[in-house]
Design a protein around this ligand. Structure first.
Ligand SMILES: Cc1cc2nc3c(=O)[nH]c(=O)nc-3n(C[C@H](O)[C@H](O)[C@H](O)COP(=O)(O)OP(=O)(O)OC[C@H]3O[C@@H](n4cnc5c(N)ncnc54)[C@H](O)[C@@H]3O)c2cc1C
Length: 400
């Protein structure tokens, strides 16, 4: 099925199942209730659209979304990983194999060997040019500012400015930006979804959407809308009848209990080269996050060895962690980073009436607000005052 056969041409005033209707406003269906989808619904609403948010599971920002258990950092001082940089690519390849010293953090799950989509993504990675001119200091600063301001307006707790310390494996602080921030993206997203609901967004949970020749469907029923914005994270590719290079890079986290609030680090820090993030979410919780495991597009269970290894890695990389935290009642979580070959999100128009806002990779919590604002502007029209760096997000860079 090609793009033109999707049947998504805009139909003003179309009806959506179960939603109240505001005459003559553009009706947009947002697919995916993670931080990106909910932020997109929020921005569309601000621009006067009528919005229906479709979430496949029983809750927005639920445990199966990447929004639920990520590292929680909203750093602007660190560039973050862009996979197509030669150094990162080389490290990825070098990291295959045994790892007695806990130095490796990127793995390719065996199931990828029979996943054609993984080879396709790897080919796109090999072809990808380095986005070295991306103005990341401005973009990261804008992204963080957006979220902090939105959280204040929302009254959502948990977001705070707390210097993002970068530490060596011996614990020495290598760099710190006092203005960095952190927070629990699931709490923020759930609060934002409640706010959107109160302002009129129809939040439809248990609604796994699919794109068919007839348009958007849930459980075989047609969902009519003028425009669809796809924000389904790592699952976005599976919904489209043509290929977009977004692949799941699974990560693991443990949210531990703080046992000594005075001694536990106040902010978040990064242990290099173990690639372990430690983030003090609040008084009671500290989260450890690590690993990038390329997994196939189809669902696979978490790698048991990586789950159990995470606790050992914490002991090894942060030897004093047991003095201020413990693993009582904690669960090991895994979630998929929706990764593009150049590490930048894919934001823009794919076909008439069909837009995408996905592929945020390592930084979707931080960048959700600014990409939502941009895509909502594209959908709703209006003034074009977008900063220059948004050009790097265009689907056209992958010939889409
Ligand atoms: C271990 C780890 C650590 C991370 N650390 C950070 C960090 O410190 N800072 C940062 O900025 N980012 C971080 N990230 C990245 C960040 O979590 C993601 O980029 C971000 O959550 C992506 O948000 P999303 O809304 O696109 O996807 P998700 O949060 O995965 O949400 C997608 C939603 O779409 C729904 N969905 C899927 N298919 C359908 C369908 N067919 N119909 C309806 N709904 C559907 C899913 O159920 C899900 O709720 C981390 C990620 C991981 C995995």
């Amino acid at each position: 099925m090609r793009r033109a056969a999707l049947g998504l041409r805009g139909r003003r005033g179309a009806r959506v199942l179960g939603a109240a209707r505001a005459p003559r406003s553009l009706h947009v269906a947002v697919v995916g209730g993670g931080v990106v989808g909910v932020s997109t619904a929020d921005e569309l609403l601000k621009r006067g659209c009528r919005v229906t948010l479709l979430e496949a599971t029983q809750e927005v920002a639920g445990v199966s979304s990447a929004t639920w258990g990520n590292a929680g950092t909203l750093w602007k001082s660190l560039r973050g990983t862009t996979p197509c940089e030669p150094a990162t690519l080389w490290r990825t390849l070098k990291l295959l194999g045994r790892d007695p010293g806990h130095e490796k953090n990127v793995f390719i799950n065996n199931s990828c060997l029979t996943d054609a989509a993984f080879y396709r993504w790897a080919l796109a990675l090999a072809r990808c040019s380095n986005p070295s001119d991306y103005d990341w200091p401005t973009a990261h600063g804008d992204a963080q500012r957006y979220l902090l301001e939105r959280a204040v307006a929302l009254g959502a707790g948990g977001l705070r400015v707390a210097g993002g310390e970068v530490r060596s494996s011996k614990g020495a602080v290598l760099a710190s930006d006092a203005s960095d921030a952190l927070g629990d993206s699931a709490l923020y997203t759930q609060a934002l979804a409640e706010d959107c609901k109160a302002r009129g967004v129809h939040v439809w949970t248990n609604a796994p959407a699919s794109l068919t020749a007839n348009g958007l469907e849930v459980d075989g029923a047609c969902v009519e809308a003028d425009v669809i914005v796809l924000c389904a994270g790592a699952a976005s590719t599976t919904l489209l009848p043509f290929y977009v290079p977004i692949h799941p890079l699974r990560g693991y986290s443990i949210t531990a209990r703080v046992t000594d609030a005075e001694r536990a680090p106040e902010a978040s820090f990064f242990v290099h080269p173990k690639h372990l993030y430690c983030t003090r979410l609040d008084e009671e919780r500290v989260r450890f996050t690590c690993y990038g495991e390329f997994v196939p597009l189809r669902k696979t269970p978490p790698t048991a060895a990586l789950e159990t290894r995470l606790k050992r890695l914490i002991d090894y990389a942060v030897p004093d962690a047991s003095e201020w935290s413990d693993f009582v009642d904690c669960e090991v979580w895994h979630g998929d980073r929706p990764l593009t070959p150049d590490g930048l999100p894919l934001v823009g128009k794919l076909a008439p009436g069909l837009y995408i806002n996905a592929g945020h990779g390592f930084n979707g919590w931080r960048d959700a607000g600014i990409t939502a604002s941009f895509v909502a502007g594209l959908v709703a029209g209006g003034e074009d005052d977008a900063p220059a760096y948004v050009e790097a997000w265009a689907p056209g860079r992958f010939n889409l």
